[in-house]
Design a protein around this ligand. Structure first.
Ligand SMILES: [Zn+2]
Length: 151
């Protein structure tokens, strides 16, 4: 049976990316390796995100001393923003065992702040589960801040 195509697919020629394909994209950039010393490393976590525009961006983490470095999600989001996009449709991160990892609090907040559409982006979770970003940030601080500051 033919799959129904969304209006977005028909109008813009955007092909769907399945959750499995997005996970495979993330796994394809996993590459744990030391950088300048054995303790300064990259590629232990990899991320792939699909934008509302239908493009996939990837990134890997970098861990360095002095709290330097960044998450794989941050790297993928940076690539997305560099290309001029901000709205995430869905996102996944994987660890060295190709296991799905949930985004840390900083990455959740980062996604939340860069585009209001991201509040409803789909976060792939372990065990085949999914969650909306806003469900991972309940009682978000910005709601009260916006009220008090008339934003
Ligand atoms: Zn993070």
């Amino acid at each position: 049976m033919a799959k129904l195509r969304s209006l977005r697919q028909i109008c813009f020629g955007i092909l769907p990316v399945t959750n499995e394909e997005l996970i495979e994209k993330a796994i394809s950039v996993l590459n744990p390796r030391p950088l300048s010393t054995p303790d300064i490393k990259a590629g232990m976590v990899a991320c792939a995100l699909l934008t509302k525009g239908g493009k996939v961006y990837t990134g890997v983490c970098v861990d360095a001393y002095c709290a330097l470095g960044f998450c794989a999600e941050t790297a993928a989001i940076g690539a997305m923003i560099t290309a001029g996009e901000t709205a995430i449709d869905k996102i996944v991160a994987v660890g060295t065992n190709k296991n799905i990892l949930t985004p840390c609090g900083r990455c959740r907040e980062f996604m939340y702040q860069i585009d209001n559409k991201n509040h409803n982006c789909i976060v792939l979770m372990p065990k085949g589960k999914t969650s909306l970003l806003k469900e991972l940030l309940p009682q978000h601080w910005y709601e009260e801040y916006a009220k008090v500051n008339n934003v």
